[in-house]
Design a protein. Structure first.
Length: 375
């Protein structure tokens, strides 16, 4: 949004008169850097002619820093005289909402000590994982609500207006993790791609039922970080029994991961021609190589509509369950350990875990019952 010169001057005046930068930024939907840029341009005309632009900027920076420190001290339940461990735990709850050096200055904690504490506890911190998962959903909803046109800066401003204490860096990292890229310079290329996607039909149309095994398969890919490695998990589920008929892991989200998972499922299940394979419109699923493979096996391909995750809700629900019951519960020391635990969980999911949509039967029980009665 463009603001008039008068509004900019009034905003700078209000800031110089003591209004917190968080209030002004939230009210106008601007970033802190934008407010500082206005201050450089209009500081002298706003009653601060006695300062140079650099001096004024330094003053504004210090004031903003003090405002943040006051906010932190009001939020935490301890003081700078509390034991170090207590101060570290208090600051950990605000990690990601404020810059680390501001957090450490507020409670007089060495930055190196704080970073070591975060690194040591981050993966075991259920609160941190839960909070990040909640903001993943909020940021994805906001991104799609505004037609995929907003970047991290504007989404951060919107969330702050709604009362969320998040930083632009925190929002940006989640957007990167989810693959959310706002449409700007790529608009023409995306338009051309959308013309091509008109040939991608949604056969399933959120009808998540099947009359027999191997009638409809749904598939999706999720990512999980272990140490410094990102592990991509691809799975294929039979819609009739909710059985995971195949899964694979890889360090890359590639077409090869998708094709290998499908080949494995096809060899195990040997479906009849006419199988429907449903997924989102990820580049791996829409690739020429994968579509050619499905055509070879006489498989009909179905796609979710753009920006409509509910069109693949069954697959999304499985990954949510997988993360809740396995990935977020344990600390994996290596990729090998995680893949081993994943294999055991998939076996448990198929053979022992009751499924609400199956009247609390297991996927394997449902599949076995079907073949027994059809004889």
């Amino acid at each position: 949004m463009r603001y008039t010169e008068e509004i900019k001057k009034q905003t700078v005046n209000r800031y110089h008169n003591g209004e917190p930068y968080t209030t002004l930024c939230g009210e106008l939907g601007i970033s802190r850097s934008t407010l500082h840029r206005w201050s450089k341009s209009y500081g002298a005309t706003a009653g601060n002619a006695g300062y140079s632009a650099r001096e004024l900027n330094n003053i504004l920076h210090r004031l903003g820093r003090q405002d943040q420190i006051i906010e932190i001290l009001k939020t935490v339940e301890c003081t700078v005289h509390a034991p170090l461990k207590e101060r570290l735990v208090a600051l950990e709850g605000l990690y990601g909402q404020y810059e680390v050096h501001v957090l450490c200055d507020a409670l007089d904690v060495d930055r190196g000590t704080f970073y070591n504490h975060i690194k040591r506890n981050k993966r075991d911190n259920a609160w941190y994982a839960k909070r990040r998962e909640e903001y993943r959903e909020i940021i994805q909803e906001t991104f799609h609500e505004y037609h995929e046109t907003l970047g991290a800066e504007k989404i951060t401003a919107l969330l702050r207006q709604q009362g969320h204490q998040v930083s632009e860096k925190y929002v940006s990292s989640i957007m990167h993790e989810c693959g959310l890229i706002c449409i700007r310079t790529t608009a023409k290329a995306d338009y051309i791609k959308s013309l091509e996607s008109s040939q991608k039909k949604n056969i399933v149309q959120q009808r998540f039922q099947a009359t027999h095994p191997n009638e409809t398969w749904v598939s999706d890919v999720t990512v999980f970080k272990i140490n410094k490695s990102y592990i991509y998990i691809c799975m294929i589920m039979d819609l009739y029994s909710r059985k995971i008929v195949s899964y694979r892991t890889s360090l890359k989200n590639s077409t090869q991961l998708i094709t290998a998972t499908f080949r494995d499922a096809y060899e195990k299940q040997q479906p009849d021609p006419g199988l429907v394979f449903h997924s989102d419109r990820g580049a791996q699923y829409t690739s020429h190589t994968f579509r050619k493979l499905l055509l070879k096996y006489q498989v009909k391909q179905s796609f979710s509509n753009p920006a409509t995750p509910h069109d693949n809700a069954v697959a999304e629900a499985f990954f949510a369950t997988l993360k809740r019951e396995l990935l977020y519960r344990y600390h994996f020391r290596s990729v090998k350990e995680m893949t081993h635990q994943l294999g055991q969980y998939i076996d448990f999911y198929n053979t022992k875990r009751p499924h609400k949509a199956l009247n609390h039967k297991t996927p394997c029980d449902v599949e076995t019952t079907y073949y027994r009665l059809s004889k």
